[in-house]
Design a protein around this ligand. Structure first.
Ligand code: ADP
Ligand code: MG
Length: 734
């Protein structure tokens, strides 16, 4: 009997719901209680130090040594009062997870006396021994130093450990000794500053002098799967690659759609309540929880926040979910495609721009003047995405996401924009406006009326249509970048989106200014440029079914890119136009861009390599061996039937099964051998791009063929002997 599998099944089926201690206070009483937030700072800091730190948070001003010491002292006493024994700079290296290196507050003086120590210098900067984080050749090994530097704009927080102690975590950037970014946060912060300046200028010059800051807002809806821990541990592929490389689809999958928005099972609900409580204490505004389309798939969504904070919070939330899941004997799968034949997971990045005067720049309004402002930001977003769709595609290119994008599943690898019927009509009207020169304004004329932009539907927000197959959709008052992978660090796509939008807004202003210089009225000049953009970007707008084959064909005829594989998407990062864009605004230097390209290629290659190895191991040592044993039983059986003189027609089907087992096992063995050889060949390639391409174009091609044979064997071999938990067990037991 397949002992490991059945032990796991028994364990999984005997699980009880783990009780959660729910606080008696209201959420508002404990929300953010584990963060060094504004309220705490106000109560612990001198007015001078408080002012300095709020300036640093709001305007990125530097903090002097004295203030840093004071903040550190306050942070320390606050952290100690919360039970923290250690502190760490908490950062997001390009490995895709978060990183920490804990140092104790405790220290001894030269006289051997024990003290609690945490100086301003330790708060501001730390030098982790970080030589093994990916750096794309930036940090040569003899100078393997990178340092982390405090990001005051994201509050420090307390992370409770299972041992009952806690750690003060200080959100930080991670840069090389020579100053190059080695993380996701550094370029994000730069892009935030850039877009703030660009959007504020547009506002000041054309719409409102009052605005002094524009903030990017992000609400990241997070999809994930949950699997019982015992079953997870009985699947080496889940443990090592984060996804199942084999598994026949169960009789009941998602076809009944009974899971979506169904009631949440009790054990799962306890897990959700538990991690949400912790998240709330950490100041994360988690609000929505529900089942997703696939069985065992769920979603959590917070209220949107400033994008830097939102990205930190999403990374922290994933970390937290992993920790809390362990308590409930569950495992969270953040992989984009853990199960074949069942929906994958995304992280929908809801993105917008808001002013310090409280305006959502992507929110339509009923007032004509405000609608011109809305149209400006709306059309400029479309233009930015149209002109740099390949960069957006590159920003979400990973081995996991490759299974969703372009694999006939939501959304395709083609970047297109869905705007809904109402907005399509608005843009159509805009495009068909008479020529600027034909609009003769009489004194007292209503310019908006003449331009036809007085009639933008006010009801937009309530009745935006939804299109679940679009990678980038306007959803009433924000754009939703739906193609982001569930395991991604949102900072990557957000950095790109912010940068291309900022660049677009700068270009927009230049174009409008040229017209203004001719003495033309501002509103007319703006409309003229927007009208031109609408004409130029029509091909990227698509309202139909993004999963359909027709769309792939049509997109090709429209000249839109369809970058199916990760290496070809990543290559867009280092095209001259991309380098020019990034260096122009100092978001990335050319060295950083090349480093990032190589790191991402390397991440990709390693992940596919791991999958390939796990597949080879499972196929040969679990599946083929088990199948052959079972086949021997069948052979004995047939021999016995023959011996006692049973009519051959009765054991003919069994003989067929024996043949099939031979056929599939031999095919698997041959393919695994070939795949191993191909891996060797790939590993010998010097060039990172060529190597990644070979993994993508050649090695990955074996996966489906091997899987086909394995999944067929799953249907033949005695269930008692099958070594790997089956899909129905992974997906339906909870
Ligand atoms: P749905 O997309 O399911 O209709 P909502 O519209 O409520 O759900 O929001 C989805 C996500 O979009 C939430 O995280 C929400 O906070 C976020 N969101 C709403 N408004 C904005 C905005 N102006 N900027 C960024 N995100 C936003
Ligand atoms: Mg949504």
């Amino acid at each position: 009997m397949a002992i490991a599998r059945f032990k796991a099944l028994e364990l999984a089926q005997s699980r009880q719901t783990v009780p959660v201690k729910v606080p008696t206070e209201k959420v508002t009483d404990f929300y953010g209680s584990n963060t060094f937030n504004d309220e705490v700072m106000r109560s612990l800091l001198s007015p001078e130090a408080y002012l300095k730190i709020t300036n640093a948070i709001q305007d990125g001003k530097k903090i002097d040594r004295e203030a840093a010491d004071e903040v550190a002292a306050a942070m320390k006493s606050w952290a100690l009062s919360k039970g923290a024994t250690h502190y760490t700079h908490w950062f997001q290296p390009l490995t895709g997870t978060t990183a920490e290196k804990h140092d104790a507050f405790f220290d001894v003086t030269h006289t051997g006396k024990a003290i609690e120590k945490f100086k301003g210098s330790a708060l501001v900067q730390q030098e982790p021994d970080a030589s093994s984080f990916p750096n794309g050749g930036i940090r040569s090994t003899f100078e393997a130093r990178g340092y982390t530097a405090w990001d005051p704009s994201s509050p420090a927080f307390i992370m409770e450990n299972t041992a009952g102690t806690a750690t003060l975590c200080i959100p930080s950037v991670f840069v090389s000794y020579t100053g190059e970014a080695l993380d996701y946060k550094t370029p994000l912060l730069k892009s935030i500053e850039l877009i703030d300046k660009a959007a504020t200028k547009v506002m000041n010059e054309y719409f409102s002098r009052d605005v002094s800051k524009v903030t990017v807002t992000l609400g990241a809806e997070q999809e994930y799967f949950l699997v019982d821990e015992a079953l997870y541990n009985a699947r080496p592929d889940l443990m090592m690659a984060g996804r199942t490389v084999f598994g026949h689809s169960p009789a009941k999958g998602q076809q009944l759609e009974d899971h979506y928005f169904g009631s949440i099972p009790s054990r799962i609900n306890a897990f959700m309540v538990d991690f949400e409580l912790e998240a709330l204490k950490l100041g994360m505004p988690v609000r929505t929880r529900h089942n997703e389309v696939a069985p065992a798939q769920f979603e959590v969504a917070p209220t949107f926040e400033e994008v830097n904070l939102a990205c930190d919070h999403n990374a922290l939330l994933m970390d937290l979910m992993n920790k809390v899941a362990a308590k409930h004997k569950l495992r969270v799968l953040f992989h984009e495609k853990p199960f074949a034949g069942i929906n994958g997971s995304g992280k929908h990045n809801n993105w917008s721009l808001g002013t310090d005067t409280g305006i959502n720049l992507l929110g339509p309004s009923t007032k004509p003047k405000e609608n011109l402002r809305f149209l400006t930001f709306f059309v400029n977003t479309i233009k930015a995405v149209h002109d740099h769709a390949d960069l957006l595609r590159a920003s979400i290119a990973t081995s996991g996401n490759e299974h969703r994008l372009g694999a006939n599943e939501a959304p395709p690898a083609i970047i297109s924009i869905f705007i809904g019927t109402e907005m399509s009509r608005v843009l159509n009207d805009l495009e068909n406006l008479s020529d600027l020169n034909d609009i003769k304004l009489e004194k007292g004329d209503n310019v908006y009326l003449r331009l036809g932009i007085n009639k933008i539907p006010a009801l937009l927000l309530d009745n935006t249509d939804r299109n679940r197959t679009s990678p980038f959709a306007f959803t009433g008052n924000k754009f939703e970048f739906r193609a982001v992978g569930s395991s991604a660090n949102s900072a990557s796509p957000m950095t790109i989106l912010n940068t291309i939008m900022a660049n677009q807004l700068i270009k927009f202003r230049e174009e409008v200014d040229v017209i203004l210089e001719k003495g033309i009225k501002k509103e007319l000049a703006i409309v003229e440029v927007l009208k031109k953009y609408v004409k130029e970007t029509k091909r990227i707008l698509f309202e139909g079914n993004g999963y359909s084959d027709e769309w792939v064909e049509e997109a090709a005829s429209r000249g839109l890119s369809n970058l199916k594989t990760t290496p070809e998407a990543l290559a867009k990062y280092i095209e001259p136009s991309a380098i020019e864009l990034f260096t122009k605004y100092s978001i990335f230097s050319e060295t950083e861009m090349h480093a990032r390209f190589e790191i991402e290629l390397e991440n990709y290659m390693k992940k596919v390599q791991i999958e390939s190895r796990v597949m080879g191991d499972l196929a040969i040592n679990h599946v083929v061996s088990t199948s052959l044993k079972y086949q021997t039983q069948l052979v004995d059986n047939v021999r016995g039937q023959k011996e006692i003189g049973i009519d051959p027609q009765y054991y003919a089907p069994t003989v067929e099964m024996i043949k099939k087992i031979s056929q599939y096992t031999s095919k698997i063995t041959t393919l695994v051998d070939e795949m191993t050889e191909a891996r060797k060949e790939a590993n010998n390639l010097e060039d990172a791009y060529e190597r990644a391409k070979m993994y993508s174009d050649k090695i990955k091609n074996y996966f489906e063929e091997i899987r086909y044979c394995v999944d067929k064997l799953e249907l033949i071999v005695d269930d008692d002997e099958w070594p790997l938990p089956k899909y129905r067990e992974l997906l339906l037991i909870r």
